[in-house]
Write a protein of this length. Structure first.
Length: 155
């Protein structure tokens, strides 16, 4: 089974988690990045740029992804929660998955760990493309739990 990790990380917390997971798993990895980067200033990024995108449900342009996503049986999609759901560049990535036949596992993390945010994210992702097979991964930052979950889903 070919597996790809795709992730979005502004503060690099999610990036650090991916790097630790991949020390053991050695999957292909891509970083989802906004074409015009968010501000380095947290207040501007969170309370202006990201909030405006979520409010308008606007999926910004992302940097090109130069691989054929259909070469992978599953995509492990990692992201932080922003404004009670996924960051909008994740929506842009899902739009690029049109016609994808594999499974997309969702792994989210949040400072508050409110499980409703995972529910919101799953529902919002399904609205973008209901034909994609989304599966709930984990909603936490625990490295060992992530590795155990990923290995339990391998065939």
């Amino acid at each position: 089974m070919r597996t790809l990790i795709a992730y979005f990380s502004w503060s690099n917390n999610t990036k650090k988690l991916i790097e630790k997971i991949n020390e053991k798993k050695k999957y292909d990895v891509i970083r989802i990045e906004r074409a015009i980067p968010y501000s380095d200033d947290y207040d501007i990024c969170a309370y202006k740029e990201a909030k405006e995108e979520v409010t308008k449900n606007s999926h910004p342009a992302i940097k090109p992804i130069n691989i054929d996503l259909n070469n992978y049986d599953r995509i492990l999609l990692f992201f932080p929660i922003w404004w009670y759901t996924f960051p909008m560049p994740i929506g842009s990535f899902i739009e690029k998955l049109k016609g994808y036949r594999g499974t997309v596992y969702i792994f989210a993390n949040s400072y508050t760990n409110d499980p409703q945010y995972m529910i919101n994210s799953m529902n919002d992702l399904k609205k973008i493309d209901p034909a994609i097979a989304f599966k709930e991964g984990l909603f936490n930052k625990n490295l060992n739990e992530h590795i155990q979950f990923i290995e339990s889903e391998e065939m």
